[in-house]
Design a protein around this ligand. Structure first.
Ligand SMILES: Cc1cc2nc3c(=O)[nH]c(=O)nc-3n(C[C@H](O)[C@H](O)[C@H](O)COP(=O)(O)OP(=O)(O)OC[C@H]3O[C@@H](n4cnc5c(N)ncnc54)[C@H](O)[C@@H]3O)c2cc1C
Length: 459
């Protein structure tokens, strides 16, 4: 048995022993025969995505998460979207089953799995019909805990991570600002150090925007400036990462919910800080090195987003294909028309290609994380570059493929594509999110142009 398979087998038993497998009904016929395992997928054709070459652990995650999500049908998500209501019970169910710690080490209460499995979990959530809203209701809890686990102090880790995994607390990620946008290194929210007489700590002033789930979160991973822009040597310095309490009843904190196009179940907010006081021990890692800490999680987040986009795309395509088989107009199923069939076939191939890119990126990320640390500095740089290119490309490809699949699904359903009851209009609205956030498609193309093609930097 190869090293990878041996590891995944251990991980499967680990999930099982943690109870995450309690809902799983699927058997894995190829487990004891690695050669056959890599032959062809036995996935039912009712499930569109081809599952060849996924590890046993990934398939186990997919099956168990799908079964949990089945308790939250499309009507649940339609209502949450229409009423702009947080899916609190969905978040609670995932937490209760132990899924929020999927990519955290066992010593911190997590499952010890990787971003490959977390990506599969996020895809399965979106694909279940929950879409981006379902994914976003848990996304930050899976991703924002990564820099905390890596750079946080013992006290921060012990006091916070277990509560996030258990679902007692939720967290959000505070990076984007209205005046700096994608130019993150110029962000202006400041955290000023207070002298000892004032009790020490920091005073935060500034504004964040688009902060998902801030209204329901107890914690925010906040990126703020601790050294003025004019005094730093490198643009990536001078920012610090904090894990702060979000207490709207305290002085100096205000939030305003943004009305938005899709994913309306989860709140997105403007957050205003006006001399908001935070204790010194909320600093994560070293002062002024917060951007490095955030970078650690960015490639992982791109993989998760790619998975979420894929889930949305496959869900929409499945619905479109079902409709095209059944809807009869001019005395034949509309799917008999190539004008309907070809765009759907194209959408399928685009999704499958993006899927390969996404899980390739996640595997590179995990392999690097699991590798022993004796590589030279130069070697590490090369690997980080490869992971960055793969993760960004995957996010781009998956977002574009998902958008195309959702748009074609709406067109396939005709008038019914516009009806809430058929879900595809909700998914189309949500499919814009992975194209914009956490980094836009244009900035990914800038990145590939510069870092891969060696073209002059355009911004
Ligand atoms: C639903 C949703 C949820 C979000 N959740 C969070 C969250 O939880 N936490 C958080 O911190 N942020 C969040 N964001 C913010 C998101 O990460 C940003 O919206 C995104 O990074 C884009 O930034 P911006 O909106 O300021 O765009 P801008 O920077 O204003 O850019 C606007 C447009 O100009 C293009 N552009 C800018 N510069 C260039 C250039 N040099 N070359 C080519 N094109 C360029 C961009 O690609 C984009 O199309 C969320 C956003 C959305 C929509």
């Amino acid at each position: 048995m190869s090293r990878v398979l041996a590891r995944s087998a251990w991980r499967t038993s680990e999930i099982a022993s943690r109870g995450c497998l309690q809902h799983s009904a699927i058997q894995f016929p190829f487990v004891s025969d690695p050669k056959r395992r890599n032959a062809f997928s036995t996935t039912s054709r009712l499930q569109l995505m081809d599952t060849t070459c996924f590890t046993e652990t990934q398939l186990t995650v997919r099956s168990a998460v799908a079964q949990l999500c089945a308790q939250f049908p499309n009507t649940y998500w339609q209502a949450k979207d229409q009423n702009e209501e947080d899916p609190t019970d969905f978040h609670g169910a995932l937490a209760q089953a132990g899924w929020l710690g999927i990519a955290l080490p066992p010593e911190l209460g997590g499952s010890g799995l990787g971003i490959s499995e977390a990506t599969m979990m996020m895809q399965t959530i979106a694909e279940s019909g929950a879409g981006m809203a379902g994914a976003q209701s848990v996304h930050a809890n899976v991703y924002a805990t990564q820099p905390l686990a890596r750079f946080g102090s013992k006290g921060q880790i012990e006091g916070t991570i277990s509560r996030i995994i258990s679902g007692e607390w939720r967290t959000c990620f505070g990076v984007t600002e209205p005046s700096t946008g994608l130019d993150t290194l110029r962000l202006r929210t400041v955290a000023r150090k207070q002298d000892g007489n004032g009790g020490g700590g920091y005073s935060v002033s500034g504004q964040k925007i688009w902060i998902t789930c801030a209204k329901v979160a107890r914690k925010m991973m906040l990126l703020a400036r601790t050294t003025p822009l004019e005094e730093i040597r490198k643009p990536s310095e001078g920012l610090s990462l904090f894990c702060i309490d979000l207490d709207e009843s305290a002085r100096g904190l205000e939030m305003r919910r943004i009305k938005k196009m899709g994913g309306r179940a989860v709140d997105a907010n403007e957050v205003f800080f006006d001399n908001y006081k935070i204790p010194a021990d909320m600093l994560v890692g070293e002062e002024n090195q917060g951007f490095q800490a955030i970078l650690h999680g960015m490639n992982a987040e791109r993989c998760l987003l790619a998975g979420e986009a894929l889930g949305l795309g496959y869900a929409a395509l499945k619905k479109a294909a079902e409709y095209a088989r059944e809807r009869v107009v001019f005395q034949r199923p509309i799917g008999m028309n190539q004008g309907i069939a070809h765009p759907l076939a194209d959408a399928y191939m685009q999704l499958e290609a993006a899927k390969l890119a996404a899980y390739h990126a996640a595997r590179l990320y995990d392999d690097e994380n699991n590798s022993n640390n004796d590589a030279s500095k130069e070697e590490k740089k090369v690997r980080q570059h490869a992971i960055g290119v793969a993760a960004n490309s995957a996010k781009y490809l998956a977002a574009e493929a998902a958008f195309r699949a959702c748009e074609r699904a709406v067109m396939t359903l005709g008038g019914m594509g516009y009806a809430v009851e058929y879900d595809v209009e909700r998914w189309l609205r949500e499919s814009l999110v992975p194209r914009i956030a956490p980094v836009s498609r244009e900035m990914i193309m800038n990145y590939v142009g510069e870092k891969v093609l060696g073209l002059p930097r355009s911004y």
